[in-house]
Design a binder for this molecule. Structure first.
Ligand code: DC
Length: 508
């Protein structure tokens, strides 16, 4: 850790403004420290803290680093993992790190997977690669235990229902013998008898390729990422890191790269073109409520990523308490005994801007929140007034510093009635039932499809009629009517509403 310095000194040393001018920038709310507004005189760590002025990281291109790494299996792609022996960042030689603070992987590649991963300290660039809006493709070489059947192939391209929605490969084909030969010699690992495929994805959900293949009953022997957008793994040796050229960096991260430093950003002042005031954005607090299966979680996460906000789906908190109750044999309707479990649950960022990792007693329980037992127990947990009350401060604390989209059932009504923007995602029961059925590959008019509709109708009834925190449209809410909007348009509508709230400077 470097010696902390006062923020005005750091800004002055970076040539942004004089110390006094820097104070004025801070006072005007134009400076953020790790995405929350800076405070005049606060001390920051120049190596670890991310300081931005008008959304631009101070230091800019001079210290921004863009690297490609060939990750071996067995190395984790999180930056700091107490349990991991080695993380991808450890593989970067000091010369390539150039003392850069906060180098982190762009997205993740799970521990057992290999291949191309990008590392950077440039958040905007990482965002443009990760955000679904830019549709940056990922291509993987996958070794399976046996060739896929026609039916399996059809399901993988038509779409496999996962928790996040319908997952599909943009393309899947058998790998050529040359490709497989090169892959085996590059990695030095042979996989005799394996059936190798090449699959392409535009989505980037956690362990998506493995989960999709598991869903169609095809175990994965090896998974090697061979391409991210325009960048190929090519002959980058296992464990090696190389810096990207400026052209590679720009092709990957889009053409709307901003100028490198705050100083460069001001447009030239001429008599004809008076200087435009730099855009001032205050990151607002957004609540997003709506009925079951209206898509608020996926829409909220995508919109938050598009505007660089954090995202929290509060349903996971209730699920975590239910999980813990089940693990400890506590009756989910046990009142006070349940409340005692709440302090053992914490949320953590997932590396993609979502507060989606749930820790129970400090251990990651994210993957254990969506099984049938939890589904059954969680309604009783969520109906318990003491649990709801105990979770209130937890949820409110997450909004410190603004810049968050928080989704749930009672966020705009109870948890954050003063949110700068209260959103309600409206999707009719029929449409939700059709979408959910299609997600599961079921004909909405079949008896199973009708059962899905009935179940949603029942859940709507329960949510709206419950005594504590019933589901209702918050006062003053902006209603996004998503019945006839596809996913991208719904996300765009939410993003527009957030931008409008930012321009209005928040409602409070
Ligand atoms: O959205 P979900 O299915 O993951 O939510 C899990 C449960 O928690 C569900 O019963 C609704 C409830 N819930 C709630 O009561 N209030 C919230 N803010 C979020 C979820």
């Amino acid at each position: 850790m470097a010696e902390p310095v006062r923020i005005q000194k750091l800004l002055a040393d970076a040539g942004v403004a004089s110390r006094r001018g820097a104070d004025a920038l801070v006072a005007a709310g134009r400076v953020t420290v790790n995405d929350r507004p800076a405070v005049i005189g606060e001390r920051v760590d120049p190596e670890r803290d991310r300081i931005s002025v008008d959304g631009r990281v101070v230091g800019g291109a001079a210290t921004s680093i863009h690297l490609a790494l060939h990750k071996p299996a067995g190395v984790t792609s999180t930056v700091r993992d107490r349990h991991a022996e080695q993380t991808v960042v450890d593989l970067v030689p000091p010369a390539l790190r150039r003392g850069a603070p906060r180098l982190y992987p762009v997205g993740r590649l799970d521990r057992d997977s290999e291949g191309l991963i990008l590392l950077t300290n440039d958040g905007d660039w990482a965002n443009r690669i990760l955000h679904p809006r830019y549709g940056v493709e990922r291509e993987y070489a996958v070794a399976l235990t046996a060739p896929l059947g026609r039916d399996q192939l059809a399901r993988l391209t038509a779409g496999v229902p996962l928790e996040e929605g319908l997952a599909r490969f943009l393309a899947i084909r058998t790998a050529t013998a040359t490709e497989t030969g090169r892959m085996e010699s590059l990695t030095g690992i042979r996989t005799p008898g394996a059936a190798w495929y090449r699959v392409t994805l535009a989505q980037g959900w956690k362990r998506q390729v493995r989960r999709m293949l598991a869903e169609v009953g095809a175990p994965v022997l090896r998974l090697v990422r061979v391409r991210i957008g325009s960048l190929r793994l090519d002959d980058l040796a296992v464990g090696r890191v190389r810096p990207l050229s400026a052209a590679e960096r720009d092709r990957l991260g889009g053409s709307d790269r901003r100028a490198a430093s705050v100083g460069e950003r001001e447009p030239a002042r001429t008599a004809e073109a008076p200087a435009r005031a730099p855009l001032r954005r205050r990151q607002v607090i957004v609540s997003l409520d709506g009925p079951a299966a209206c898509g608020k979680s996926s829409v909220g996460a995508a919109a938050a990523a598009a505007v660089g906000y954090r995202f929290c789906d509060t349903g996971v908190l209730y699920r975590a308490v239910a999980r813990l109750a089940l693990d400890e044999g506590v009756d989910p309707a046990a009142g006070p005994a349940l409340t005692e479990l709440v302090p053992r649950v914490t949320l953590a960022p997932d590396g993609a801007g979502r507060l989606a990792r749930v820790l129970i007693d400090g251990h990651d329980a994210t993957d254990r929140l969506h099984d049938t037992a939890v589904d059954r127990a969680v309604s009783a947990v969520a109906a318990d007034p003491a649990v709801r009350a105990a979770l209130l401060p937890v949820q409110r604390a997450l909004t410190a510093g603004g810049g968050i989209v928080m989704a749930g059932r009672d966020i705009g009504t109870i948890v954050l009635p003063d949110a700068d923007l209260r959103l309600w995602l409206e999707v009719s029961l029929d449409e939700r039932a059709v979408r959910r059925a299609r997600q599961r590959g079921i004909d909405p008019r079949s008896p199973e499809g009708i059962a899905i509709r009935d179940d949603l109708a029942r859940r709507d009834g329960l949510d709206r009629a419950r005594v504590v925190a019933p589901l209702r449209i918050p006062d003053g809410a902006v209603v996004v009517d998503a019945d006839r909007l596809d996913f991208d348009r719904t996300v765009a509508a939410v993003v527009r509403a957030i931008r409008a709230a930012e321009r209005a400077g928040g409602a409070r």
